[in-house]
Design a protein around this ligand. Structure first.
Ligand SMILES: Cc1cc2nc3c(=O)[nH]c(=O)nc-3n(C[C@H](O)[C@H](O)[C@H](O)COP(=O)(O)O)c2cc1C
Length: 151
């Protein structure tokens, strides 16, 4: 199985989580971690599992992530299992509705991806981080939940 963990990260926190999640997925086959600006159409086509992570910027996806989803073949993910996570501040339930992972799941679904878990939020203390204590461990556990969905 080809698992692909794609991330965007301005300050390194989302990247750290992506690496921990990729590590947690080892064992299912070939696991690659790719920055969103290096992602190719072939990468997406070849993926048997696609996990994507991004920070929330202005209650949305960062501007630099949006182009990733442009000009792609329709339904390129045709049924591929997908899961998305983001890094955000701790917020009220209402503001939690506007996070990058929710947007990512929508975009991935539009491309034919099959979400296997709800969008997951990991929390940073300040704009540049760090992540709250325990978030890397939670990311490792989340990778375990992904694996369980694939059984
Ligand atoms: C331009 C900008 C806008 C942001 N807007 C939000 C926001 O709307 N909600 C939020 O929870 N965090 C917001 N943040 C904080 C980011 O979530 C935080 O920088 C990110 O989680 C750090 O991850 P990274 O190290 O991978 O870049 C914003 C950060 C930047 C730089």
């Amino acid at each position: 199985m080809n698992a692909l963990v794609v991330y965007f990260s301005k300050f390194g926190n989302t990247q750290k989580l992506a690496e921990v999640i990729a590590e947690g997925l080892t064992g299912i086959g070939d696991v690659r971690t790719v920055s969103s600006d290096e992602l190719t159409v072939k990468d997406m086509k070849d993926a048997d599992l696609l996990v994507m992570g991004s920070p929330t910027h202005n209650m949305n996806l960062p501007k630099s992530v949006k182009p990733v989803f442009e000009n792609l073949p329709k339904r390129i993910l045709g049924g591929t299992p997908v899961a998305a996570f983001d890094t955000s501040y701790k917020m009220s339930w209402l503001l939690n509705q506007f996070t990058a992972s929710k947007r990512l799941v929508k975009k991935l679904r539009k491309l034919g991806g099959r979400p296997i878990l709800p969008p997951e939020i990991f929390h940073v203390k300040e704009r540049e981080g760090p992540l709250y204590e325990g978030e890397l461990e939670r990311a490792q556990a989340w990778a375990g939940s992904i694996l369980m969905q694939l059984d």
